[in-house]
Each structure stands twice: as C-alpha cells, then as structure tokens.
Design a protein around this ligand. Sequence first.
Ligand code: ATP
Ligand code: MG
Length: 407
Amino acid sequence: MNYTSILENEDNKRIILVRIGEIALKGLNRSNFEKNLGKNLRKKLKDVGDPDIHWSQSRFYIVPKAQPFDYKKATETAGSVFGVVSTSVALCCRSDYGEIKKTALLAAAEKIEALKASGKRGPIKFKVETRRGAKNFPMTSPEISCELGGELLDAFPELTVDVNDPDFILFCEVREESFLYTDITKAKGGMPIGSNGKACLLLSGGIDSPVAGYMISKRGVKICAVHFFSYPYTSERAKEKVLELAKIISTYCGEIRVMVVPYTDVQLAIHQNCRDELGTVIMRRSMMRIAEELARRNGCAALVTGESIGQVASQTMQAMYCTDAAANMPVFRPLIAMDKVDVIAIAREIGTFETSTLPYEDCCTVFTPKHPKTRPSLEEVIAEEARYDYEKLEREAVAGVEVFVCG
Ligand code: ATP
Ligand code: MG
C-alpha cells in the first residue's frame, strides 16, 4: 500500500479502517482471501463514492477520493461485507508526535461533542490505548498513551482518566502513518464470498431458505439457487416473490443465479402414483436429484436447504435420511439446530422477513398430505418411488429450467 497517498491531500485525512477476522489465520490461502475481500469491498463501495481501497498489514483502508464522502453509509456497507469483523472511522496523520498530538486532540474534541450531543452531562471519563507497529518510533506505547492522556486533560477540563470504565477510548495506532479514533463498529464477520467454493441453495418462498443461503454465504460460499415452481398451482407472483428474496440476499451474498424448475408434472405424477403419506419425502428426493444435476452444471459442490430438525414431518431425522440418500453431494442445513424464533430474528435483520411472509403458495404446500409419515423407511420410499417414471420427468424438468440473475 502506498501510504503517502492517504496523506496527499486534506480530504484524505479521514479514512475507514477495516479489520478482518479469521482470514488472517489462513496461512497460505491468505492472499487469495485478501484479494477476494478487496474485490468484494470495492464492488460494494462503488456506489458509495467509489473510494480507494488499500491493503496493508492485515487491514484494509478505505480512502475517499473526494469530499463530501458518506462515512456512515460506507461504514455500514463495508460492515456488511462478509469477512469484515469491525470498522473504525479514523483520522490519519504522519507518524510524528507533534502531528499525532494535534490529531488526537481533534479526535477527542469530536467524540466529546458527540457525547454531549447525545445528552452526556458532567465529567467525561476516558483512556488512551496505543499500539505501536512502527518499532523505530522514538516513544513506547505506554509513553505515548501517557503523554496523549496529559495533553487531553490539559485541553478539555471536562475529562477525567478512568482506565476501568471509560466513556470513550482514544485509540492511537502508530504505523507508517498514525491513526486516531474513538469508535469500533462491529461488522458481520464470516469469510469473503468466493473463498470457500460454491453451493446450490434450494430456495422456496418461505422464511427459512433465504436465511440458510445468507448463513452459508457468510462462511465464504458463493451460492446459486434452485426454485421448484408448480404453475398454475403456484402463481407468477410466488415466483416473483422468490426472485425478490434472491435479490434481497444478493446484497450480502453477491449476484445469484436463480434457476426456476417447472415442477408441476413431477408433483402431479407423485400425487397420482404414490401413497399419500410418503408423497412429501418422495417429492423431496426428486427435488434433491434435480437440484444436484443443476448444481453440478453450475460448478457447485454441495446443496443447501433451510430445514431444521423436527420443524415439519419431512424434517425428522428419518425423513432427512431418506432425502439425503437421493443425493450424492453433501446437503448442508445451516438452520438444523435453530428455533424458528431465532431464524425469524435473522430474517428480520437481513430484510427478508416481510417478503417471505407474503401470502403466496409454495409448491410444497399444494399437495401436502394430511398425515405424512414421520418415520419412513428408505426401502418403502424407494419401492413407492418406483411407481412413477421419475427419471424421464426429472430430465424434462431440468431441460425446462428458466434462469434469472438477481442482484
Ligand atoms: P421455507 O421456510 O424455507 O420455505 P419450509 O418451512 O417451507 O421452508 P419445507 O417446505 O419442508 O419447509 O422445505 C424445506 C426446505 O426445502 C426449504 O427450506 C428449502 O430449502 C427447500 N424447498 C422447499 N420448497 C422449495 C421450493 N419450492 N423450491 C426450492 N426449494 C424448496
Ligand atoms: Mg422451514
């Protein structure tokens, strides 16, 4: 990173520090992860002033090209990129004690003003924390903290030092340049999209599957999606709802290719030929086979669903065993041990809940048996499944896929 560029002009003195998490631990793969994350950050910040993004010593630096720059929006945007653990808006200066002092006073003044504006009265407790990365700097970290603390006490009569319970911490980092800041904003965490391969999400219009897609993406997995669509039993609006959900999660997961599978004939065949109580499991097995074929064609190494144990009859261990036996790829279920209320909380946080609860039918609900078997055996399911020509129907379904790119 070319540090001098940060300080080239006045406008660049306020920057955003972007801290990364687990990536730093990834040894050999590290540079790939960094590249991925840098690319994701650049892409997302394009619409937020398109700042320069520098990388140095396990950090990214967001450096505005011009002012005014929307720091709040940029912080939020960077914080929603998977792989980022926290951010700070920081003032940057040359690593020279006189400059550091001046900048520290400015950072403290801004924080004190903000605290007062939010209703803080009386004495304000603070402490200084210094990290010295530049080992050639003539003062040690404790010396810098101590000196700066003294300067702040002299400059602001309302301040008192309290190292145990401060109202704010002035962070001072002395590197090639120095950074002064008072706030650390927690970000989403996870790993950068694309750093852990690609998987295919079975995306219904419900609450769970968009959350499952979000969660697997958070671990760095790029996703595409398959939706089973049973027109006219499910309406065009149900399809639009699914595409809208894909669009919402694409703000986190990146662009999503959604493959809409014409599923009516398969469902009708199951309904007409197979015992009602096994209908759901048989349908889910056919979904797995179709999804796996599409996953393979899209370079995916796994399937992802929004199932959670015991949620409905098809989500018992025995039913999921029968379902998984139809797939050769691993089937990941990020929500497997979660309660619905917790899934809903995430759906609200990521903005999918309202769309998910729009009242359009999903294909699963159209032919739901009254008494689905909760403990089907694989043998009976396979025997029952042989009563219709699933291979032909599934081939036709795959051939009829309609592709949308969301995000
Ligand atoms: P969700 O809340 O995500 O709709 P659900 O509560 O409706 O799930 P099921 O109908 O049993 O539960 O579906 C379980 C999982 O199967 C879903 O989370 C999703 O991954 C997948 N799935 C269900 N219906 C469809 C569909 N029409 N298209 C693609 N995937 C589906
Ligand atoms: Mg569900």
